[in-house]
Unconditional design. Sequence first.
Lengths: 176, 731
Amino acid sequence: MSQGGEQVAELIRQTAAGVPDGIAGLYRLYSGHLLRLGWRLTGSRHDAEDIVHDLFLGLPEAIRSFEHRGSFAGWLTRVATRMALMRMRSARRRREATLEDSQAVVSHSLSAEDRSDLDQHIAALPTTLRAVLVLRQIEGYSHEEVGALLGISPGASRVRFNRAVLWLRQRMTEKP
Amino acid sequence: MSILTRHPDAETLSQYAARTLDGDERLATGIHLESCTRCRETVKMLRQLTDLGAESVESQSQDILARVLDARAAGARALLPTAEPVPIRSRRLPLAAGAGVAAIIAVVYLFSIRNASAGSRTGSLKFEPDAPHPGQIVRATYEPNATLARFDSVILRARFRRPVDDAYNDGMMQSRVGAMHRSGGGFTLEFRLPDSVVFAVFAVESPGADIIDDKDQQLWDLVTVDQGGKPLFEALVQKQRDLMGRNWEEGLRTTRTLAALYPDDPEAGGMVPVFERWVLGEHIADSLSPGHRRQFAAFQAALGEKPELPARIIAGMAHFAIALDDSGASHYWISRFQKSFPNDPEVLSREENRLASQYIKGEQEPNGSYRVLETQPAYFQELESVWQRLEPTHDPYLESVAHNAFAHAMDARDTAHVRIWVSRFHLVARDVTGWTSDLGSDLLQFPTLRDTAEAWLRNGVRLLAEGRDADRRLWATVAVQRDMNRSAAQPILASLGKALIEDGHLDAGLDTLRLAASYGWNPQVLRSVGDALIARGDTAAALQSYARVVADPGTPIALKDSIRSIVRRDGDANWERLVQNAAQEMRQSVLQRAAPRSLNGPFRLMTKSGAIHSLSDVVNNKVTVLMFWSPYCGFSLEPLHDLDLLNDRLASHGAQVVTIVDQPFSKDLEQALRVHRAGRLSVFYDFRSDAHRAFSSFGTPDYYVLDSNGRVIFQHSSLEELPRQVAALLP
């Protein structure tokens, strides 16, 4: 096991035991990526922060189900993705509210850097297309994995991915 | 290595961008990219997206961690979704060749029905079995949407279709299948599908019929199958007919499924080009026709020389040939149909057409209408034997034959044959109440038939007032159907009221007209009420009614002038105030009928110069009257000049008229605009049928009124309603 791997394994062990330093260590390593993932999936900064908050709140108990068969980052990403999707499904917020929220994210960006045009266009994608695009192209899941996460077939995932790319490319080329 | 002749899909480009595409495919994609700017840009964008995944974000919200630790210290916990989901297998099945293909399509088709998602505003209605045989017991289970969840029971309603039922749903009866009772989280009901029923659509409603779940207007459906589980030919035909006028795209999908499941049936194959023309437009349909011509040629080669063929096959070949506009083949197959099956209802209907063209002479008027010059008695004499053979069949063709004969008798002013054919038509018409107004008004022109006409008008009003539940649309609450019935009853009452006054029954006629006026804003009816009041000497009440007529922006200037002359004669100092009040009353009345909706899907219209416009380009922030028309539809040509004048009047108010045609710009189209003095109207070509799909528009003319944001506020309006609907939307 690499030095980094050993460090993560130790943090996992501490987190499973409820040690605050372990939770804080994993938070520092992964929260940035998880925040961006949650924000890209939900289109909402506040939702992304809530997801990360809840995830680390429940992590010490949930981490016991991590069986060390794959990467911990991958496992964490899948849990965060499912939380984001559950939130998207249950909130059923009107599209106008989501867009308004995403505009707020633009002016209060998660990172110091300004949000790119690409990010803005991703946020404006219809929810069902956005989820597939983010998971497939940005997070690198296969269509089988995307399908399993979203509860759709791999074929449907592929179709939505195609639509999302077409939609995004059209918006990108329309920009002044 | 293959050369790509079309753009690779996004997944291929994604794999190319990620350098995970293998061998030949990578090479072929690379060659394509060398010459395709669009795909190169897509690859660049996909790589940017991948790079986003590599970025991490340093959260500014370090307080999240502090809150997490504080909350945990206080004993808070959260349950996380850690269970790994089970991958869903693809619904796509490998297609086998030959006869197996149809069976697989049947499985895929039924599978797609079973898994159709209703969406969040609707509940879920499932059937067990979900693909029954006619006559089978079916168990329906409904998981309610939020609005129906509070009831102890709900009602399942259906429109059952038999193989003989015709296209569209006007006049189709609806059935109350039964009450669904609570079972677990949902409602259930067992019912027996009638033996004669091959297809059915369903909606669920509250016991008081004031809340309806109609699956977002799509309705749930049930397609019956044969012993092998394959959807019945008749079931899919009935599904297609049911979808006509309410979902053309699904109708096209159903037609294509039918053709795929029954590849040896020319009737099925011949429906596809017809639907493609209706749904996709002439341009796309033309591009698809070579494939259909090849299929027809194959049928021709296989069937042309066969001596004995069933009626459906011969009729199917005739219909296929007509759909392809192949006059030689259609003549051959129609002739063969007539010789082989002289008593088939369709053959008998064509015989009526032949008699009309042989014995009725007329000429085309410059405005596109047809004027009858002579109707020879032989038409009715020879038609009698056709009718005697057709009547016992109880076929839907009876309605069209009877209606044609009635119309020809009317044109000929032949009272005896009007009496005969109107009675026959009344007996066989599917939508009796829908025809009552026209038929009654027509009959009133014949002195010896006035009593019959008035009796019919009364009967029509009675049926509409009664509001039989079987006539209530599946998507309509009791209140909505009542409003629709009142709209339908208004012209019937107006005809009856005027007829009573002409017969000398002034008070009865006035009461009837007043009742008609209470059913919705209608200046013609209001004017009749005013005239009747004047005749009775009640000037004050008459002026109030006349003020409503004058306040209507659609009232012709000449009529307004004649009313003003009455006002001047009888005098009324409050006239201007009466008109102002009436205008306000009109606005309120018109807006009560508003049904705002937004348009979905792409919306591309072509100008004469070939420029493509979106909906917002077309509406241009103006209240807009939108009209669908066709240069080959006389009914839609007649109102063009009135629309041109209306457009002139609206321009000064910041509103406009826009028209959409279903044909490319051509000399015929230009000629039609010139002849009908409508050269100044904005005309757009619906080259992708986007507008027809978005508006669910079928038939021409068809009118809509949109607000300045492009939302549809009034749909399927009448020409007369347009000015006041626009006025109601202007500031």
